[in-house]
Design a protein around this ligand. Structure first.
Ligand code: ATP
Length: 690
């Protein structure tokens, strides 16, 4: 058996595999000391049952997987000299045939005239429909022929075709075989074909029969049949499989799995430099994808606009028209009986001061509803008709007069009967505090309305109104405005969230789609490197993000009156870094998740903890101290504070609060990239062919 694996004398091995071992787990050995020789300029039919390890071996040959022991030597020195057609389609289904050829043409660095000529030849050979057709709309056979066309496009030295004739019409299958044979005869191309149609492989120059991690036999079809006394290849395979089983049963020697000191070196040295042509081809591909998916592009652009509008219109605005009940013991039916004040009179001498107070309250955006007694007002609160109620005593104005004019200490020290009862001038309030924000807002409005009213009372009675004022003077705020809104606090946080999660979503979507459909593997085998894919993706991502950021800025800072007090360039630079960090997180998520579902769970699962622990929903200082001690480390905590410091305090990069955000974002980006590298190296998560 081994003798048949030696290269025939005088022949040059285009692919030579010796003593190849590979296993994924200690109990599942896939390649078990395999030897294979594919001569230059021949067609090699590679046959074996499903799951025997053909794909694993091919992945090691093209350098996307590594052997545990053994060696592989190749005649070709670069991946771009290999034409590879995987078992699955591994083409973007939403692309037209022309776009697919254009992408691979750019990837292979083909001149446009050469590409055009090559396309014409191959379209005719493979009987492809109009190149304007979208791949998704082609029949299964047409799709596979398009895939074969991609493998043949750049006229490579070595062709590796995984079931190229599967699902293809017999006539066409015959013509494909004829073409491949002609390629090997006339142009000395080396071709490895796996196929399930064993008899079809009769046309190959040599056949390798694989089973149990070994090549059972390797020879020309005719010699295999003669030497085994069979009239077809099916019988040869059956006979050799039976012989292998008997040999294993009789053999008492347990083969030890080799453990070499160092891993065998890959057959093709990985390229360390970045090819800008490859980066450009990735950008071209992304452009085609965006053009083919206009609704998704529209969604990506509209999402930040809609979200920012929704945020501005729904969050941070004070609730208005809040309903509040009241019982006025001084005067009932206030709408008709109040507001009888003549100008220049002291409110405490004529009319009812309570009316003036209620009037001031309505100007603070509180909608008043009158109730005859406490019980009915309380019932109204229970029925959620009002947010609370207040009660004014029957002789309120007189009591208030005493409070204003008779508050000297000697008056208060009078006997109980003679002393004015200050409590009568208290307005009593009962609130529904189940909604903290509305409860506090009503309290605030009541305080402010009362202050205004009390000052007016003093003014109307010729008393210096400053007496009625709380003697604290609020000077201009050092940073921010004197009456800040919640949205001023939340805008930096919202921007950070969008800038982080939009690229994350886009990146995860793009990479998982490539991974899932085998597109990434195909590009990598065609000569692209992961850094080139990432650089190309980063460029496209930044262009998309730049447009999204522009839209968000227009909504937040032009359509609504938020302000950036510091350097806008610095704020944008920080947002770009946050976008980079989101993209790196997306790359990490795509490396550890194989399905959209897992990635969605991870994205959603991280969104809420990140938003809460980063002090976006509530000030960081209000967090439990145990969480606060780690919360500042998270990717969006320092960047949010940094953005706030630039936008609202106008601080520059030299301030530690500002550069802290830049360092945090850069640090997290590096961390995500290193973690991705670790996952790829340890997990080998990006499989080669399927
Ligand atoms: N990345 C991986 N991790 C774990 N097991 C793997 C991995 N890749 C392949 N295997 C296992 O190794 C064995 C060989 O798989 P491989 O895909 O090489 O077979 P194959 O001969 O190409 O099959 P088919 O003809 O169906 O394509 C299978 O049992 C498969 O489950």
């Amino acid at each position: 058996m081994m003798g048949e694996c030696e290269p025939p004398p005088g022949s040059a091995g285009a692919v030579v595999v010796r003593g190849a071992y590979k296993r994924y787990t200690s109990s599942a050995v896939v390649l078990n000391g395999l030897n294979m020789t594919v001569e230059r300029g021949t067609v090699y039919g590679f046959l074996g049952p499903s799951g025997c390890g053909k794909t694993t071996l091919l992945s090691c040959i093209v350098g996307r997987n590594s052997l545990d022991a053994g060696s592989i030597s190749l005649m070709v020195k670069s991946r771009s000299n290999i034409g590879y057609m995987p078992q699955e389609l591994a083409l973007s289904k939403e692309f037209r045939i022309a776009e697919t050829m254009s992408y691979y043409g750019h990837l292979y660095g083909m001149d446009s005239a050469v590409l055009k000529k090559r396309k014409e030849e191959l379209y005719a050979l493979l009987d492809l429909p109009s190149e304007e057709k979208v791949i998704e709309k082609l029949s299964g056979g047409q799709q596979r022929r398009t895939s074969l066309c991609v493998a043949l496009l750049h006229d490579p030295e070595l062709l590796i075709l995984d079931e190229p004739t599967c699902g293809v019409d017999p006539l066409l299958s015959h013509s494909i075989w004829q073409h491949l044979m002609a390629l090997s005869r006339n142009y000395k191309k080396t071709i490895i074909i796996t196929t399930h149609y064993i008899e079809e492989a009769r046309q190959a120059d040599r056949i390798g029969l694989m089973r149990g991690g070994e090549i059972l036999a390797e020879n020309s079809p005719a010699q295999l049949m003669v030497s085994n006394g069979c009239d077809n290849l099916e019988k040869v395979f059956l006979l050799l499989s039976q012989k292998q089983a008997i040999t294993y049963d009789n053999s008492k020697i347990v083969k030890e799995y080799p453990k070499p000191k160092s891993k065998p070196s890959p057959p093709i040295k990985p390229r360390r430099t970045i090819s800008w042509g490859h980066v450009y081809s990735h950008i071209v591909k992304s452009y085609y994808w965006l053009a083919a998916n206009k609704p998704i592009v529209g969604f990506l652009m509209m999402l930040p606009i809609v979200q920012c509008f929704l945020f501005q219109l729904t969050v941070g605005r004070d609730p208005d028209e809040l309903q509040m009940g009241f019982i006025n013991g001084e005067v009932t039916n206030w709408k008709e009986n109040c507001f009888d004040f003549a100008n220049e009179t002291c409110y405490l001498d004529y009319g009812f001061a309570s009316c003036k107070f209620l009037d001031t309250l309505t100007r603070r955006n509180v909608k008043l509803v009158e109730y005859p007694d406490e019980l009915s007002a309380r019932n109204a609160v229970r029925q959620n008709a009002v947010w609370g109620f207040l009660r004014i005593n029957s002789n309120y104005t007189a009591a208030l007069r005493d409070r204003v004019f008779n508050s000297r200490i000697e008056v208060l020290e009078l006997s109980e009967e003679d002393a004015p009862d200050m409590g009568v001038s208290d307005v009593k309030v009962w609130l529904d505090m189940s909604n903290q924000y509305i409860g506090y807002l009503l309290q605030r409005n009541l305080y402010f309305a009362y202050q205004d009213f009390y000052r007016d009372v003093h003014l109307s009675c010729d008393i210096n109104p400053d007496v009625a004022k709380i003697p604290i003077k609020w000077e201009d705020a050092i940073y921010g405005s004197n009456s800040p809104t919640f949205s001023e606090f939340a805008v930096p946080a919202i921007l950070q969230l969008f800038e982080f999660y939009l690229p994350m979503m886009f990146t995860v979507g793009a990479i998982l789609m490539e991974k899932r459909e085998g597109l990434l593997e195909r590009s990598l085998i065609s000569g692209m490197t992961l850094p080139e894919v990432l650089v190309g993706h980063a460029i496209v991502q930044f262009l998309v993000l730049a447009v999204q950021t522009l839209f968000m800025m227009l909504v937040l800072y032009v359509a609504f009156d938020n302000v950036i007090r510091g350097s806008a360039a610095l704020a944008l630079a920080l947002l770009a870094l946050v976008g980079l960090c989101g993209m790196c997180y997306g790359i990490f998520v795509s490396a550890i998740c194989d399905s959209d579902q897992a990635a969605t769970y991870m994205g959603l699962g991280s969104f809420f903890p990140l938003a809460m622990l980063s002090g976006m929903v509530w000030p960081f200082e209000g967090m439990h101290w145990t969480l606060r001690s780690v919360g500042w480390l998270l990717p969006l905590t320092m960047t949010t504070e940094s953005y706030r410091s630039i936008a609202q305090r106008g601080w520059s990069l030299s301030h530690h609060m500002v550069y802290g955000g830049f360092i945090s974002s850069l640090g997290w980006s590096i961390f995500f990239i290193l973690a991705t590298y670790f996952v790829i190296v340890v997990n080998k998560s990006i499989r080669l062919l399927k």
